[in-house]
Write a protein that binds this ligand. Sequence first.
Ligand code: NAD
Length: 413
Amino acid sequence: MSKKTIANTNIINRLKEIQKIGHLTDKETRWLLTPKRVSYAELRIDRKKFPAWRVLFNDVLGPGKGGIRFHPEVTENEVMSLGFWMMVKNSLAELPFGGAKGGVRFNPKSASPQILEDVSRKYIDAFYKVLGQDIDIPAPDVYTNSQIMAWMLDEYEEKTNHHEPGMITDKPIELQGCVLRDEATARGGFIIITEIIRDLKLNKKGLKIAIQGFGNVGLNLSKILQEDGFKIVAVSDSQGGTYNKTGLNINQVVEAKTKFGSVANFPDGEKISNQELLELPINILILAALENQVTESNANNIQASHIIEMANGPTNYQADKILFDRKIMVVPDVLANAGGVIGSYFEWSQNKTGNILDKGYLKELLRQKMTNSWKKVRFIQKEHKRKVNLRTAAYLIAIERILAAGKLRGQLR
Ligand code: NAD
């Protein structure tokens, strides 16, 4: 076990609360906050050095699983926090995975394809000994994609001199990727939204939705929602957003983003900032960009009655409290965006068994898994007489399973 512990106050405060409600010991709480292995390297490319990390946070439930992020602000603490959330998410979804995450601190937006390939291959050169289908399995995260996974797989197989497609997921289909993976995260979020509507008997036609982030998750979710008849009134990316209270045509927004580089320049909408998007008069706010978007400074201004956390960690601890007091339902990241890792699990199991599964079958499996998690979380929340939010309920379920596995192994006594 690493000597480092997580320094993210959001996570520490949340675990202190879980400790009280779930009657955890100090030792159990400390163990849950301590990563198993933190690997660090400097990737040297063109006489520049890029700091890079791979964190295996906890692997009592199975090999580590979690994406790799390329971003100019990646830090060790961020990668550890993301690894912690993966541990909770994988446990809640009842997957045979522990939690892990990786990151490289550099700006991929200004990098040439050659530099992107060099960074991807150097990442594997640095960390291939701590990766593998039964050790720790990466996938994409912010600003990484299936091409990057393809380069990483190729480098890994060159280094280890054998084929092992299950060492990484979200690969292109030709390299044994999974037919559902591109849309799995978004589809999982969509399943949760339809469950909310069913449970709370909401009128779908009257709902207004805003989505922050228009990448893999936000864009795919906006398409699925629109195809199903939902009205999306605002979307945004890193350069700003667009708002049309009568509803946006998502296909046209995609065209505008391709043409002008940002959704903010969509001609059929009003230009708004990301901050303004969060505070619009809407029903459902979908957060699909980065961490810490809803904090104590704007939580009181949120007008949506439901927040769906498709990004990891978009609401901080203080905001969570404010939103709970204001009776705004927050579907936590570890539940809302679990479709992604469930899709990765389908791919990994296909790779390990050699089976190739049909898209319709996988969609149904995803629906069952997401619905099952939703029902479990709602049940535990009801058991606590709704005095805890959905996040606390989700953590209680996930942590119970991790602690049980740690004790069965004798790693935690
Ligand atoms: P992506 O790189 O494809 O897209 C990120 C989007 O966010 C882009 O549109 C970008 O312009 C936008 N963005 C960046 N900074 C922003 C800001 N300050 N305000 C508004 N928008 C901003 O990434 P992604 O794969 O869509 O991931 C988005 C989030 O979802 C991340 O938190 C990621 O960890 C999480 N997530 C992704 C997956 C997956 O399968 N891709 C799975 C689970 C969780």
